[in-house]
Each structure stands twice: as structure tokens, then as C-alpha cells.
Ligand binder design. Sequence first.
Ligand code: MLT
Length: 410
Amino acid sequence: MAFINENYLKLKAGYLFPEIGRRVREFAAAYPDKDIIRMGIGDVTQPLTPTILKAFHDGVEELGNKNTFKGYGPEQGYDFLREAIALNDYQQRGVEISADEIFVSDGSKCDTGNIQEIFGDKNIIAICDPVYPVYADTTVMSGKTGECQSNGYFDNIVYMPCNEANGFIPELPVTRPDLIFLCFPNNPTGTVATRAILKTWVDYAIANKSIILYDAAYEAYITDDSIPHSIFEIEGARNVAIEFRSFSKTAGFTGTRCAFTVIPNELFAYDEQGNQVAVKPLWMRRHTTKFNGVSYPVQKAAAAIYSDEGKKEIKGLIRYYLENARLIRESLTEAGYTVFGGINAPYVWVKTKNNLTSWEFFDKLLNETNVVGTPGSGFGPSGEGYFRFSAFADRDKVIKAMERIKNISY
Ligand code: MLT
């Protein structure tokens, strides 16, 4: 008899984005003539830029030539990419991270979920509410939680409500967590954390021997120079943090797949006897056992982002999406909505009108305007009554969507 992992049975609904996709497919099947505008999942729409595309092609060509063909690559990623990341994303910003602390992977979604595997079941995890649902779902799957309560919270997770009152910035938890997920710029609220806020968290983690799992997948959208792009800009973070970064939203790699995780050499956790154990070798062991690396052409393409031309092109992409975010923010504000985020992030977080629940607003929007967004409650109970618009759509569609929303009736 085969036994299942019963932790999966604790998960109440399907994963958020496939669930939205299902509802939209049903709507499209019922009304095939409707012009649906998708601003739900944060999936990029602009093509890979010329420099990146050329590097990608060159990589493919190399694989077709006997003299340059490559089989398995290093599981941790090719040196040329890890060195480019260390130099451009860290050292040139005055942050001490070396190539040997970087693990190239096929996505931050996978990494933020998989990282749990190297930490014991007894760890108490702290999660912002609302936040990217992968953190809570994978905590449940990994067996670190109890059942889901009627308020939507799982037992044994420390939830940190993020709301208008605290500016969508989590407060330090009363119950001491072992692992703390933080995500800035935040998905879904678009909030950023100042240096002072991050310092508070790093100090808290040091004092409590906790580890911060810092998801910085949207750091490229930071427009304010005073906002840190990396947790490692904060003194002491090398001892208490892991950082996740992605090329998905930075350079249009959602379909291509390429990301990386940074684990400093000085990061330690503890065994049952209280002995310090270095974290990086454990992740290396997992990575080399379960992963055979990102394909060579994709890594070549990713490295091209760090060339002078690549950097310029990527900035153009980010400007495009941030301009979309501005249009969304301003149009919705004009239409009388209370709006957050969208300045240092590609997500605009909106309060629904007339106390509609997030899913009621989703249905209203879909039915009356054929615009798709993401219900805030899908990111956690404190997201109820809010709605997330992604700025990754084509410009003309953003404009059309905003026109339609202005005319919505209440
Ligand atoms: C989102 O819409 O929140 C993201 O696209 C999901 C992801 O990056 O996996």
C-alpha cells in the first residue's frame, strides 16, 4: 500500500494562480467574444531583448558544434554567470558576496519552497500575511504546520499581518520564529523596506538565532536610491540570511527560467545537540543531488544581462512595466480607489470599494470589464478586501483596462 504525504490534505484550495486560470478559462468558454485583459499572475509580456537573445542563440549554436558542445554543467551554475552576478549585483554595490556563495537555479519559486527541506520539521516559520502563497503552501507541504483553522491560518505558523495600519510592513513577532520569510519589494502589496527596517529584522534574527529567507525577486524595480536591493547590504546579514533572486521579472525569463540563491559561508543553523552546522554545504548537497543545473544557453543569456548593452536594455524593460504601474495607480486613484505600491514594484495593491470581498471584486471585474486581477485574499487572510493588479501587461491593454474600470458601476 502506498501512503501519501498527508500534509497535502491540509491545503484547502488549489494553488492561487491555476485557480484564477481555471475561472478565467470557464469565463472565456462561456463568452468567447469577450476581450479578456489579463493583469492577474505577474507574468511578463515583453520579449527577450536583443543582447540577451543573441547570447541565447550563441549558446544554442555552441551546443551544435563538436568543439564547443557541453553536456552536464556544474550544478551550482557556470562560473561565468556566478562571477557576473557576484560582481554586478553585489560587489559593485559594496556588498560582500562571492561567486562560491551563489547557486544558479530554475526559479525563486522552486528555491523558496525547496529551501525548507534542509531545515528540520521543528522549525517555526514566520510568514507575512498577505504574501506570495508559495511560502505558506510549501511550509504546509513540508510538514511544519498543524491544521488550517477557520480564520485561514495554519497552526504552528507565525503570521505577521501586514495592513494599512502598519504600512504593510510586518511587526516583529511575539512568538520567536526560527525561519522568517521576508519579501521586498513585496509581492503582493508593492511595499519596500527601508534600511532601518531591514536592520531591525537582521538584529532580531541575530538575537534569536533565526534565519531570514529573503525573497528579492523584484529588487530591479526599486526606483528609490535609499532602498536596499539586498538584505546583505545590512550589517550582520551574512550571519542570518539567505537571499533569493530571479531573472524572471528583471529580464523577462518567466518562460526561460533562471534564478539564483545566495547562501553566505558564515550562515549557520543548529543540530538537536545545539552544535552549529553550516547551511551552505547542506544546500550544495541538496542541489547537487536533486538538480543538474540550468541549461547552458539560458545561463549564457542570463550573463548577457550584465553586459553594458544588456544592462541598458533591461532598464528599458523595467521602465516600461513601471510606467504601466504608474498608469494603473493614477487611473485607479482617479476612479476613487485607495491604492498602494506600484512605485518600487510591478504590483499595485488596491482596496475594494463598498466592502466587496476580494473574490466578489474579482467576479465583478471579470464580468463587467473582462479584466483579470488577483484577489488579495489569495495571498493570506489579511489580504481580504484587497486586490492586486500586475503591471506586466502590454501598455495598450493596461490603458484599455483602466478605461473600462473607470466606468464600472456600483
Ligand atoms: C505572481 O504573480 O505572484 C508571480 O508571478 C508568481 C511567481 O512569480 O511565481
